[in-house]
Design a protein around this ligand. Structure first.
Ligand SMILES: N[C@@H](CCC[C@H](N)C(=O)O)C(=O)O
Length: 279
């Protein structure tokens, strides 16, 4: 179990899944949640804090191995984070000496397991198909993006707007991502995906995350993209998604969308009293 070092400040771990990076705080046994929007923003600052795409806080939960909350680096909350769920599952499985765990998130109860090849897999649940083809062409009509009927909106416990384009490398990810994230079509903002087909079951995927900007990978984004691709008949239901930080695998089954990939633990530390004062 993580050394919470009560005398030397609150402990944390830095982890990542295919380069999607996280600070993990284990608040079990501390009487409830400790993280606030101010602490998340302060810690998320890559110059003055630790830096992360998301912060995951582990809490006690009766009837499950833990509860899990997610914060973006801008201090906003997210209902789902596939890669952080996989990272925390790896930490819990090692801690408990098991190969399976159950976590409760805003999304509901999620089951995770270690595969024989060492990858960590989580069932992210059923996708919510919000719109299959959004009339977002109006928001994008001034540029040359081939929209092919408009993007797909898919909920995985958080919102995703997925564009299929000929060449994901050619997209101005920062410019397009930021403008779609805040389009009035999405009152709670949205994560934004640009995907190109590179094989019958292979997609190149670049992601602009709500509340975090460009990230090297995004688990729920990979799930949303795979679901949208299968719905459009571009791929089957088992897809490899090649992202800037590595490869994620998605398998859309009757019982839910399974997300698999690598996880890594990077370092542990303790927060200073100055940082804790932001909470
Ligand atoms: N990196 C995540 C998704 C993070 C949540 C997102 N930025 C939001 O606000 O919904 C993943 O691996 O799923």
């Amino acid at each position: 179990m993580m050394d919470m070092g009560a005398s030397s400040g609150l402990g944390f771990m830095k982890m990542h899944g295919a380069g999607n990076d996280f600070v993990v705080i284990d608040s079990r046994g501390r009487g409830g949640a400790l993280v606030t929007a101010g602490l998340a923003r302060g810690l998320g600052d890559r110059h003055r804090g630790v830096g992360f795409d998301q912060l995951a806080e582990i809490r006690d939960q009766e009837g499950a191995d833990c509860a899990l909350d997610f914060w973006n680096s801008d201090g906003s909350r997210s209902g789902a984070c596939g890669n952080a769920t996989r990272c925390v599952s790896d930490y819990l499985m090692r801690d408990l000496g098991r190969d399976e765990v159950t976590l409760v998130t805003a999304r509901g109860r999620l089951h995770a397991r270690r595969r024989e090849d060492g990858l960590v897999a989580v069932n992210m649940g059923a996708p919510q198909l919000l719109w299959s083809e959004i009339p977002l062409a109006r928001a994008m009509e001034t540029d040359s993006l081939p929209l092919e009927g408009g993007p797909s909106a898919v909920g995985m416990g958080n919102p995703h707007c997925v564009f299929f384009v000929d060449d994901a490398e050619a997209v101005d990810l920062a410019g397009r991502g930021a403008s779609v994230e805040t389009d009035p079509l999405f009152p709670e903002r949205t994560n934004v995906e640009f995907a190109s087909l590179i094989g019958p079951d292979r997609l190149r995927l670049r992601v602009w995350e709500r509340g975090a900007g460009i990230t090297l990978a995004c688990g729920s984004g990979a799930c949303a993209t795979a679901v949208a691709a299968a719905r459009r008949g571009l791929t089957g239901r088992q897809v490899r998604l090649e992202m800037d930080g590595g490869v994620l695998e998605v398998d859309w089954r009757d019982e839910g969308v399974w997300l698999s990939g690598p996880v890594a633990r990077v370092f542990e530390g303790h927060l200073s009293p100055e940082m804790m004062a932001l909470a």
